[in-house]
Design a protein around this ligand. Structure first.
Ligand code: 5GP
Ligand code: MG
Length: 201
């Protein structure tokens, strides 16, 4: 009886902390890396940091430029942690992994033409900075649209693979060079809904 209660409590704790698909994930060699509580705490502190920086020019709109699809969940939480009233949400789509799984392929960026960012502060929000090529290419295209400023914020900064000079202006967590999923990040388009982040062993 006691051992059943202990087992049930462990399962409830595991699901509450890491999400419902956690038992499948250990079978395909993924391990927990960052919990939902750690993410939530960091998102609040990033929101405060952004407020402190951009409130100095609160007359100019701030655009949270979300890089779909990976940054969707992060941006949805982040914008609720930002107090600045004239904060806008706009989107672009970047894809390099697609259905190939864990190998990066050809980078395509869509939606830049539809942006209305002239004379606004732009904060590019992406899920992860790996080689840095995505952020660097997005920045170059955004610059041509004459924003008031451009900065970048990534939830995760992978260490050791950068191919570009610039670094993200802000990041949530530095992580080792492992393939990660969850909280917006996919493996073959799945697992984006996991509330925590998992890394391939
Ligand atoms: P970068 O251009 O910096 O090499 O890669 C950035 C993009 O590649 C990210 O926006 C993300 O879509 C994808 N990416 C890089 N590393 C990972 C990873 O470990 N897991 C997943 N799911 N996507 C990744
Ligand atoms: Mg991405």
């Amino acid at each position: 009886m006691n051992s059943r209660i202990i087992l049930a409590s462990l399962i409830i704790f595991f699901h509450a902390t890491y999400g419902m698909q956690s038992s499948d994930l250990t079978l395909i060699n993924f391990s927990p890396l960052i919990t939902r509580d750690q993410i939530a705490e960091r998102v609040v502190s990033l929101g405060r940091k952004i407020d402190a920086i951009y409130c100095k020019d609160s007359q100019t709109p701030l655009v949270i430029l979300t890089v779909m699809k990976g940054a969707m969940i992060f941006a949805a939480d982040l914008i609720r942690a930002i107090q600045m009233p004239n904060t806008e949400l706009q989107f672009i789509q970047a894809s390099s992994y697609g259905h190939n799984g864990t190998q990066a392929g050809q980078l395509t960026i869509r939606g830049v033409d539809q942006l209305t960012i002239e004379n606004k502060h732009v904060l590019i929000v992406d899920d992860i900075f790996d080689t840095g090529v995505t952020i660097s290419k997005i920045k170059a295209q955004i610059l041509e649209k004459n924003p008031a400023s451009i900065k970048s914020l990534v939830l995760l900064r992978k260490l050791g693979k950068s191919k570009v000079k610039e670094t993200p202006d802000f990041f949530g967590f530095e992580i080792p060079d492992k393939f990660v999923i969850g909280y917006g990040l996919d493996y073959k388009e799945c697992y984006r809904g996991l509330p925590s982040i998992w890394a391939k062993d």
